[in-house]
Design a protein around this ligand. Structure first.
Ligand code: G
Ligand code: G
Ligand code: MN
Ligand code: NA
Length: 252
């Protein structure tokens, strides 16, 4: 209850900032983009992570204003870096609950207009858990978003609820292999599963991004298994904007 009240005030006072993590394409050996994660600078409690407050925001009608802030901040930053010659797409995490109506699409349109960011520099990451009864509404929203030229990624693929049976109908550009696969790759069966997912993705023309890549062994194995894009501590931890800008300057 307390957290809800404080979160409401934090939204009004914009007590948030973003950190960024690179995604590296090992096939072209170039940056494929970066993901933005929200942080809450609480003051008394210090920095609060989204795992702790996103669920609270979802339950209390705060997820839309919070997402609006995130989109605005991420697009603004991406455009600023673009103007400095550091031109790479930004990925923003968006809760699936926001895909049930048209307002997200309207928000995105407004944010792109306000920031001047081209739609193809924005990517949305959504978690795969799809409640079966709203599949059609969600697909309609996703289709509208992709028609604007925005890319869509299915996040945490292979964790929790599996939308495997819907994968061929999901209007997505990429899927992000859950960290559980990467951390367990010494098990042969996990390697076989990754191979199968890559094969499936190829036939759907969907890119596979491996998450949680922490060392060169992970990277080499995942590359051999057919993953082209890697994200994880091995390439870079989520960083605040100045550190990310420095990273981008060195990667360019
Ligand atoms: O690095 P990290 O602890 O930030 O991320 C934890 C979880 O919070 C991840 O599942 C991530 O997708 C989610 N997350 C991070 N930023 C946002 C955000 O801006 N919106 C939403 N809905 N989820 C986010
Ligand atoms: O949005 P998503 O659920 O994919 O969020 C990814 C989460 O994983 C974030 O909390 C991020 O900080 C974290 N993360 C990113 N790279 C690594 C990594 O290499 N190892 C571990 N353990 N966590 C990571
Ligand atoms: Mn994500
Ligand atoms: Na993920």
């Amino acid at each position: 209850m307390e957290l809800e009240k404080e979160l409401r005030r934090a939204v009004e006072q914009k007590q948030f900032y973003l950190v960024y993590q690179p995604k590296w394409n090992v096939q072209t050996n170039s940056l494929s983009g970066y993901e933005a994660f929200i942080r809450w600078n609480h003051g008394r409690l210090g920095v609060v992570h989204p795992d702790e407050f996103i669920p609270v925001a979802e339950e209390n009608g705060l997820i839309m204003p919070l997402t609006e802030w995130t989109l605005q901040a991420a697009c603004f930053q991406c455009k600023e870096w673009m103007d400095k010659g550091l031109d790479h797409p930004v990925a923003v995490n968006v809760s699936l609950s926001l895909f049930r109506n048209d307002s997200l699409l309207e928000t995105i349109r407004t944010v792109l207009k306000q920031t001047g960011l081209p739609p193809d520099r924005l990517e949305l990451e959504i978690t795969e858990s799809v409640v079966l009864h709203d599949v059609n509404d969600i697909m309609k929203q996703l289709t509208g978003i992709r028609e604007l030229g925005i890319r869509v990624a299915m996040d945490d693929f292979g964790s929790g609820y599996s939308a495997l049976g819907l994968l061929d109908r999901m209007p997505i550009d990429s899927l992000k292999l859950d960290r559980l696969f990467t951390s367990d790759l010494d098990k042969p069966v996990k390697q076989t599963m990754v191979q199968a997912i890559v094969l499936m993705a190829e036939s759907l023309n969907v890119e596979v991004i491996a998450e949680g890549v922490e060392d060169p062994q992970h990277m080499t194995l995942l590359r051999e298994l057919g993953c082209h894009v890697m994200q994880g501590y091995y390439y870079g931890k989520p960083m605040e904007a100045p550190a990310m800008e420095e990273w981008l300057n060195h990667a360019a």
